[in-house]
Design a protein. Structure first.
Length: 354
C-alpha cells in the first residue's frame, strides 16, 4: 500500500515535469563545475536573482582553474549583492582545493563531492545526479514542503527526527533509473507549483491522493517547532571625508559579511549618540559632523541590522588610529565589495548629488 503511494507520487511528479519543466541556463548541463556553480549560487537565492550572477560567474570563470586563479577581492566583488557571503568564500576556497589538491578534477562520487567545503547533502545529491546520474535524492525546503503535504507528515521540519524521516522518504520515492529528472522535477514542482503561500492545488495532478489537500491542511503543513527570533544590531558607520579620500576597512572577523568592506564602524546596543561615547580609533574633536543619516535597515536570516551613517569632514591628515583602515579615493569606492546596506546608502548619496 505504502509502496503504491510512493510509486503514484513518483509517476505523477515525473508526468508533471514532462510538460512543466522550466528552461534554465544550467539545466541539462553535465559539467560538474558548472552545476556546482549554479547550485551554490541558488542556495538561499531565488532563480530570478541568481540567474544573472550565474551567467556572470560562468563568463568570468569558465573553468574551475579560472576561478581558482582569481584574486579573492574580484570574486567577492562579482558576488556583491547576492548575500550569504560565506558561499563566495567557500566557492573560491573549493576551486583552489580542486585545482591544486585534486589536479583540477571534480570528485565523481557523492561521498567525494560531499567533502568539498560549502557542499552539503542537498548540493552533493544535485551534482551527483545531474552530472553522473547517481541515485541520490535532493532534500531541501521545497522537498520538505511537497512531501509533508502530499504524505500528510506533521513532524516539525526543524527537528533531527524530520531530517531522517524526510531523507528516507525522499530516497524511497526517488526514481533510481532517472535520478536527474526526478530531482529536477521535485525542485521545479516545489518552486513553481506546490509553493509556500499559493500552491496550485485545484489544478494539481496529485490532489486526489494528497493528504494535505484532502484534509484541508495545506496552509498548516509543513510544521515548524520554533519561531525564529532575530537579533537586532546597531552599526554606526563613520564616513570620514579627508580631502578627496575616505576611510574603509575589511571585515575580517568570523561574523556576518566577512571579507566585505565597510566604513570604520562602532557597534552600539541601541541607537545612540556615538559622539558622546567616544572611540578608541578616532578623536571626535578633530572631526566636523556634516550629516547624520536616518537609520537604514537590512534583514538577514538571524539578524536585523540597523545602520546610521555619520558623515564627517576633517582638515587633518591620517586621522584614524590603527592599521586596519585604508584611505582610498572616493571615486574608487565602486571597486570594493560592500554589504547591501552600504551599497544602498552610497547609491542614494550619489543620486542626491545631482
Ligand atoms: S494538492 Fe496542493 S498541497 Fe497537494 S501536492 Fe498538489 S499543490 Fe501541493
Amino acid at each position: 500500500m505504502e509502496e503504491d503511494k510512493n510509486l503514484y507520487f513518483q509517476k505523477k511528479i515525473l508526468d508533471w515535469f514532462a510538460t512543466h519543466h522550466r528552461p534554465l541556463p544550467w539545466k541539462g548541463v553535465r559539467n560538474p563545475y558548472i552545476i556546482w556553480l549554479s547550485e551554490i549560487i541558488l542556495q538561499q537565492t531565488t532563480v530570478a536573482q541568481g540567474t544573472a550572477y550565474f551567467e556572470k560567474f560562468r563568463q568570468h570563470y569558465p573553468s574551475v582553474s579560472d576561478l581558482a586563479n582569481a584574486p579573492s577581492d574580484d570574486v567577492m566583488k562579482l558576488w556583491e549583492g547576492l548575500g550569504y557571503y560565506s558561499r563566495a568564500r567557500n566557492l573560491h576556497a573549493t576551486a583552489k582545493h580542486i585545482a591544486t589538491e585534486l589536479n583540477g578534477a571534480f570528485p565523481t562520487t557523492y561521498e567525494g563531492i560531499l567533502t568539498l567545503k560549502g557542499v552539503g547533502p542537498y548540493t552533493a545529491a544535485a551534482i551527483a545526479s545531474f552530472a553522473y546520474d547517481l541515485p541520490h535524492a535532493v532534500v531541501d525546503g521545497n522537498v520538505y514542503r511537497v512531501l509533508s503535504r502530499f504524505f500528510g507528515i506533521e513532524t516539525p521540519i526543524d527537528t533531527t527526527e524530520a531530517k531522517h524521516q524526510f531523507a528516507a522518504l525522499a530516497d524511497a520515492v526517488l526514481d533510481k533509473s532517472r535520478p536527474a529528472d526526478f530531482n529536477q522535477a521535485m525542485m521545479d514542482f516545489g518552486a513553481t507549483h506546490c509553493t509556500p503561500a499559493t500552491p496550485k492545488c485545484v489544478q494539481c495532478p496529485l490532489k486526489t491522493e494528497c493528504v494535505a489537500f484532502k484534509e484541508d491542511k495545506v496552509a498548516v503543513l509543513p510544521k515548524k517547532s520554533k519561531k525564529m527570533v532575530r537579533k537586532t544590531r546597531f552599526f554606526n558607520y563613520l564616513v570620514i571625508n579627508e580631502n578627496d579620500g575616505v576611510y574603509i576597512q575589511k571585515r575580517t572577523e568570523k561574523d556576518i559579511w566577512q571579507d566585505l568592506y565597510e566604513f570604520p564602524m562602532i557597534e552600539t546596543d541601541e541607537l545612540a549618540d556615538i559622539l558622546r561615547g567616544g572611540s578608541e580609533f578616532v578623536d571626535f574633536q578633530k572631526l566636523t559632523l556634516v550629516k547624520q543619516s536616518q537609520p537604514y535597515q537590512q534583514l538577514l536570516t538571524h539578524q536585523k541590522i540597523v545602520a546610521v551613517f555619520w558623515e564627517f569632514s576633517t582638515s587633518q591628515a591620517d586621522i584614524l588610529r590603527g592599521e586596519v583602515f585604508q584611505k582610498i579615493r572616493r571615486e574608487d569606492l565602486k571597486n570594493f565589495a560592500f554589504p547591501k546596506i552600504i551599497d544602498i546608502y552610497l547609491k542614494e548619496k550619489v543620486l542626491t548629488l545631482f
